[in-house]
Ligand binder design. Structure first.
Ligand SMILES: C[S@@+](CC[C@H](N)C(=O)[O-])C[C@H]1O[C@@H](n2cnc3c(N)ncnc32)[C@H](O)[C@@H]1O
Length: 274
C-alpha cells in the first residue's frame, strides 16, 4: 500500500449500518485478553496482511506526557470515545474533571470502572447521555478510525458537542486518508482459540484530512501540536446556538451531564499543568 492508502483493496463503506458492524470485533477475545494481561502482542491486520501494531501496554499504563498535552486542553465535561482500559478517563477524574468513557468492549469498560473512572458499554453510534452538551470529546489513540468512515464519525462527534465545544483528536503523524477492513490479530497467541471475528471497517487519517472533514461539519481548527512523536489537533464547534431549546439545553448542560456521574467532581476548568 502507498502512504496515502489509495491503493487496491481500500474500501469505503459509508453506507453500511455502523451500529450493526462496529460492536462485535472489539468485543472479542484477542482484545479482552490483551486488556486482561495488560499487554500485546495485538495488531489490526488488514485484509492484505499488513499489520498495524496496537499499543496495549501504553493504553494500560497511566496517562503519559503526550496524553496530558491533550487532557490539559479539555474544557467542561469530557466524553472519551473508545476509552479502552480508561487511563484518560481516570486521569481526568483524578484532576476533578467530569469525564465519561464509552467503549463497545466489556473488558475495557470493566477496567475503566476498576480505575475509578465512569464508563458505559456503548457504541458512539448509539444514543448517548448528554448529546449536544459535551464540553470536550476525545478521539485519541487512533480512534478517529472507529467505524472506518471519518466524515461520518466527525459528524456524529459534532452532534455530541455543545455549541462552542471542543473535539481533541489524535491523527496519524503523516498525511494519510485511508479506509480499510481489518481484523484484530494477537500474532498467534490464541492459535488454538476461536476463529477470528469477521473483518470490520477502520480508518487512519492525518491532520489535513481531519481538518477538511471537520470543516464540513462546522468544526473549526483551534490548535495542532506534536508530543512524543504523536500528532494532535483540536477543532471547535461553532458557538452559534440555532434554536431556543438548544439555548436552554446548553445552559443546563453541566447540570444534566453531572447527573450522569456517580462521583462528585469539582468543576469544568481546564486541567492544570501538562
Ligand atoms: C484503538 S483502540 C484505543 C484504545 C483507548 N483509547 C485506550 O486508551 O486504551 C479503539 C477503542 O475503541 C473502542 N471502539 C471501537 N469501536 C467503537 C465504537 N463504535 N464506539 C465506542 N468505542 C469503540 C474499542 O473497543 C477500543 O477500546
Amino acid at each position: 500500500m502507498n502512504r496515502t492508502g489509495r491503493d487496491q483493496g481500500v474500501l469505503n463503506p459509508p453506507h453500511e449500518d455502523v451500529t450493526a458492524w462496529d460492536t462485535g470485533s472489539w468485543g472479542t477475545d484477542p482484545y479482552a485478553n490483551a486488556l486482561r494481561n495488560g499487554h500485546g502482542p495485538l495488531f489490526l491486520r488488514r485484509t492484505d496482511g499488513w499489520l498495524l501494531p496496537l499499543d496495549v501496554e501504553r493504553w494500560c499504563a497511566g496517562a503519559d506526557t503526550a496524553d496530558l498535552s491533550a487532557l490539559r486542553r479539555c474544557e467542561g465535561p469530557v466524553l472519551d470515545i473508545g476509552c479502552g482500559p480508561g487511563r484518560l478517563v481516570a486521569a481526568l477524574a483524578a484532576r476533578g474533571h467530569r469525564a465519561l468513557g464509552i467503549d463497545v468492549s466489556e473488558a475495557a469498560v470493566d477496567r475503566t470502572l476498576r480505575l475509578g473512572g465512569s464508563a458505559l458499554r456503548r457504541s458512539v453510534f448509539e444514543p448517548l447521555p448528554g448529546e449536544g452538551r459535551w464540553g470536550t470529546v476525545l478521539l485519541l489513540d487512533g480512534n478517529v478510525g472507529i467505524g472506518g468512515d471519518p466524515p461520518h464519525l466527525l459528524r456524529r462527534t459534532a452532534d455530541l458537542l455543545a455549541p462552542g465545544g471542543l473535539l481533541i483528536a489524535e491523527t496519524a503523524p503523516h498525511d494519510i486518508d485511508e479506509r480499510v477492513r481489518v481484523q484484530l490479530d494477537d500474532g498467534g497467541a490464541s492459535a488454538a482459540g476461536p476463529a477470528p471475528a469477521a473483518p470490520f471497517p477502520w480508518a487512519r487519517i492525518g491532520t489535513p484530512a481531519l481538518l477538511g472533514y471537520a470543516r464540513r461539519h462546522g468544526l473549526q481548527r483551534v490548535d495542532q501540536w506534536d508530543a512524543d512523536g504523536r500528532s494532535f489537533v483540536s477543532v471547535r464547534r461553532s458557538r452559534t446556538v440555532r434554536t431556543t431549546s438548544q439555548t436552554a439545553d446548553t445552559e443546563n448542560s453541566a447540570a444534566v451531564i453531572s447527573s450522569q456521574f456517580p462521583r462528585n467532581t469539582s468543576g469544568d476548568s481546564p486541567l492544570a499543568g501538562s
